[in-house]
Every structure is written in structure tokens, then in C-alpha cells.
Design a binder for this molecule. Structure first.
Ligand code: ADP
Length: 463
């Protein structure tokens, strides 16, 4: 870790205690990073998480509300009050919950605390996919063909936009997230119906009816670039990840680097991301998500937070992304330059979910037996233990299995071994499905796109 020169930490950014406004594996992960940096931690929980082990490993632990996330992990006033009561100077939002809520970031800063993340205005720009696209186009980042403006109401103008882009198109909610608020339109016949349905969905789910349209790419891969920026104009990108293995637009398996991408193809994209960060005055960690088709990259959105899949980049780059994120929030100068970033070997991450392996329906209950794999190049990020009660209130992610090996083929072998050594009983998990996926030939050859997993599941069901 870098030297911590006093003058490099800007006034107002100094803190020695961090409240972690999250739960589960990411609360555990952030606590670990804080401890290694010599920072004290405050854990919060809902009533459902009262017995959660991440509470007993923190320096203090406060229950802030009932089980429903809206009344606890999303309750801004309760979190700010807990921060004050516990004497914390900073809030780490983790991912999900309030991590991309500009109003919360603003409230944290206005309360004289540090939000471990970008400024509220960066979150607001990137949280609206239309303004994000506009900012990216202005910074020279390649985007999916389609206007960087909201769809108008006039049917004739809408039809004209679709014709200009060329069918198939995709209608997306400007405020969408979590794979929701999107609809593919194969031809003009279903255009207006798709817009009406998506608009209604967007109004209900995201509180804004604003929509935009872009080209629907038919066989792209999802490739993303991790960046980290300090408050002093320094930005580095940490290589790339492939997150094409998706079910219902939700990532299931991630890897770093994306296989078969030549350095001269990715290099200009990485530099464009750096340029974009400088242009919008970005601070903290972030991810630029792209679709990659026929040798070209198209920006789709930026995540202004730590991502679930950050460990694959940690294992290939050898950097602790969470520690780096906290240090830049403290105002420290980034202690590495682009030339220092070297990515080695290959890493995979499997998201282990408490869900049925065939129907994918969530599975709550008590973990009666747990055996986790270990060995060279194997990492498990989890908050569960034997006897842990998986509650039905939150996301079904219960563990992340991450492996690292010199080559992609070796990393796949290592993941098979790690999955074979993972035993979770008492609840259903997607482990059988993941084991089958890691036996798939096309996946092993790297011949998959974002639609592959859904097609694979369909064939599997039919068999
Ligand atoms: P969210 O914010 O909900 O995650 P994204 O814009 O990141 O939404 O898109 C999620 C996924 O949806 C992408 O990884 C990709 O699989 C699919 N997708 C989004 N835009 C397009 C597009 N223009 N063409 C094809 N697939 C798309």
C-alpha cells in the first residue's frame, strides 16, 4: 500500500470509522478492507439480519429497522442517524441499495460525512442512461447507434427514429437498472405497443417514464472496463471483464480478461474511458459497460459503484480495489499509474445464489451443512455459515466463488474443482446448474455471446 502523506488527504475527507450501509458478502468484504487500512467499522442490519455474523466482526453493530429493505437498508434517515450515533465519518454504500442514489450521496456530503463513491452529480449523470450516453458521446466513447435524447410522444417521429436506426431496435428506460425496463422490437408492427408497455413499466419501477431507443445488437458480448480515479486528476483502467453469461440480463458468471480481445482493440477503448472520467470529473471506482460485436465496442452504461464482479479484476491485477476506493475517498493520490497496471492470468467468478437450479425460484431457509473449497487460486467471498438462515427479503446471492490460474483453460478446470468442492445443504442453490455450465464446450472455447446462456437453458430444458 502507498505512503499516506498527510498533505495528500484533502481536509474534510479524513475519517477513521466507516459505516457500511449494506449487508451480506459485500459487508464482509468492505469490513476486511477497512480493517487492513486500520479503519474502524460500523455494521448496520435490519431485524432479519440481527444474527448475521458480519455484525459481530464489526467494531459496532446497529439495527436500523424492520426486515423490509425499504425500511432499513434503503432508509436514508435511519442510516444517517446511525452514522452520527456511531461516530463514523464515512459511509460505504457497497452495491445495490443506496449505492447509486444521487440524493443519498448528496445528503451524506451535506451532513459533513464522506460518501465512499463518486459525487452526487456524477451519479445523477450516469444514473440517467440518456445523459450518460450524451456525456460518453461528447467524450468520444463509442456508443450503440441511436439518439442521445429521450423518445418524443409523436408516433410519426418515433417511427422515423426506428427506421433510421434499423430494426431490430431496443426500447430502454432512461432510469432502468437490474436488467429491467427493456424491450426488444423486431419490426415496426410491435413498435408502439412496446413503447407503451415499457413506458408504463418505467413509470412504475423507476419513477420516470423517460425512454430511449437504440439498435438491438443480435450477437454481442458484454465486456466492461474497470476504472479508478482520485480527486487529483489521476485515472487508471484495470483491464477488462467479460460478463456475457447472463440470465434475464443478469450476470451469472464473470471472467477477466475477456477472452480473445487483442490489446490494440481494447487499448483505445480503455483510453476513451479514462478521457471520459477526466471530462466528467469522476472520482472513485466505476465500470464502463460495453457491448462488443464484430470487432467494435458500444457503450451501454456506467456503474458508479463497486461491482459484484470486482474480484476477478483484483485477482488478475493484484490490486485491492476496495482499499483503493476507500483511499481515494480519503483524498489520497492514486498510488499507481497506468504503466504500473499489469493483468496476469485468468479469473472466473460464479455467483452462488439461493435458488432452485432448474426453476431459479428463490430458496429461503437454514443452511444445514456447508463445505467451501480452498487451495491455490481459489477465493470465496461469502457471509454464510452452517446454521445461517437465508432470509427471503433480499437478493439471493449467498457466495461468490472466484478462481485464478495462468490460462483460461486452467482457470476453468480450477472452477470445476472449486464447484465440486462446494457443498451447501438445507437450501437449494444454483450450484448444479453452474457445474453443468462449466462442462459446456462452446463456453470452454469462448464462443458465447449475451444470448448464449438463455439458449443453452432452453435446450437443457427440452432435453
Ligand atoms: P441494466 O442497467 O438493467 O443492467 P444495461 O443497459 O446494462 O441494463 O443492459 C443489460 C443487458 O441488456 C446487457 O448486458 C445486454 O445483455 C442487454 N442489452 C442492453 N442494451 C442492448 C442492446 N442495445 N442490444 C442488445 N442487448 C442489449
Amino acid at each position: 500500500m502507498p505512503e499516506t502523506s498527510e498533505h495528500s488527504a484533502a481536509a474534510g475527507h479524513r475519517f477513521d470509522t466507516v459505516l457500511i450501509a449494506n449487508r451480506g458478502e459485500i459487508a464482509v468484504r468492505i469490513q476486511r478492507a477497512c480493517r487492513e487500512l486500520g479503519l474502524k467499522t460500523v455494521a448496520i442490519c435490519s431485524e432479519a439480519d440481527r444474527e448475521a455474523p458480519y455484525g459481530s466482526t464489526a467494531d459496532s453493530f446497529l439495527c436500523i429497522g424492520p426486515s423490509s429493505a425499504a425500511k432499513s437498508y434503503l432508509n436514508q434517515d435511519a442510516i444517517l442517524l446511525a452514522t452520527r450515533l456511531a461516530g463514523a465519518g464515512a459511509i460505504h454504500p457497497g452495491y445495490g441499495f443506496l449505492s447509486e442514489n444521487a440524493a443519498f450521496a448528496d445528503a451524506v456530503e451535506k451532513a459533513g460525512l464522506t460518501f465512499i463513491g463518486p459525487t452526487a452529480s456524477s451519479i445523477a449523470i450516469m444514473g440517467d442512461k440518456i445523459s450518460a450516453k450524451r456525456a460518453m458521446m461528447a467524450a468520444g466513447v463509442p456508443c450503440v447507434p441511436g439518439p442521445d435524447t429521450a423518445l418524443p410522444d409523436d408516433p410519426a417521429t418515433i417511427e422515423h427514429i426506428a427506421l433510421e436506426i434499423g430494426y431490430p431496435v431496443i426500447i430502454k428506460a432512461a432510469g432502468g437498472g437490474g436488467g429491467r425496463g427493456m424491450r426488444v422490437v423486431p419490426s415496426a408492427n410491435s413498435l408502439h405497443e412496446a413503447i407503451a408497455l415499457t413506458r408504463e413499466e418505467a413509470r412504475k419501477a423507476f419513477g420516470s417514464p423517460s425512454l430511449y431507443m437504440e439498435k438491438f445488437l443480435e450477437h454481442p458480448r458484454h465486456i466492461e472496463i474497470q476504472v479508478i480515479c482520485d480527486d487529483h486528476g489521476n485515472v487508471v483502467w484495470l483491464g477488462h471483464r467479460d460478463c456475457s453469461m447472463q440470465r434475464r440480463h443478469q450476470k451469472v458468471v464473470e471472467e477477466a480478461p475477456a477472452a480473445g480481445i487483442a490489446p490494440d482493440i481494447i487499448q483505445p477503448v480503455g483510453l476513451a474511458c479514462v478521457q471520459a472520467c477526466l471530462q466528467i470529473g469522476y472520482r472513485g471506482v466505476g465500470t464502463f459497460e460495453f457491448l462488443y460485436e464484430d470487432g467494435a465496442f458500444y457503450f451501454i452504461e456506467m456503474n458508479t459503484r463497486l461491482q459484484v464482479e470486482h474480484p476477478v479484476t483484483e485477482l488478475t491485477s493484484g490490486l485491492d480495489i476496495v482499499q483503493a476506493q476507500i483511499r481515494v475517498a480519503q483524498g489520497h493520490v492514486l498510488d499507481l499509474t497506468q504503466g504500473d497496471v499489469t493483468c496476469e492470468g485468468h479469473s472466473f467468478e460464479c455467483r452462488i445464489n439461493a435458488e432452485d437450479s432448474d426453476s431459479f425460484l428463490p430458496s429461503a431457509g437454514v443452511v444445514t451443512h456447508l463445505a467451501l473449497p480452498a487451495g491455490p487460486g481459489i477465493r470465496v467471498d461469502t457471509h454464510i455459515h452452517a446454521g445461517y438462515k437465508v432470509s427471503p427479503y433480499y437478493d439471493s446471492l449467498i457466495a461468490k466463488l472466484i478462481v485464478h490460474a495462468p490460462t483460461r483453460a486452467e482457470a476453468m478446470t480450477r472452477m470445476r474443482e472449486a464447484l465440486a468442492g462446494t457443498e451447501i445443504e438445507g437450501i437449494s442453490t444454483n450450484i448444479p446448474f453452474l457445474r453443468a455450465l462449466f462442462e459446456d464446450g462452446a463456453f470452454a472455447r469462448g464462443e458465447t455471446d449475451i444470448h448464449y446462456l438463455e439458449q443453452w437453458l432452453k435446450l437443457r430444458r427440452a432435453a
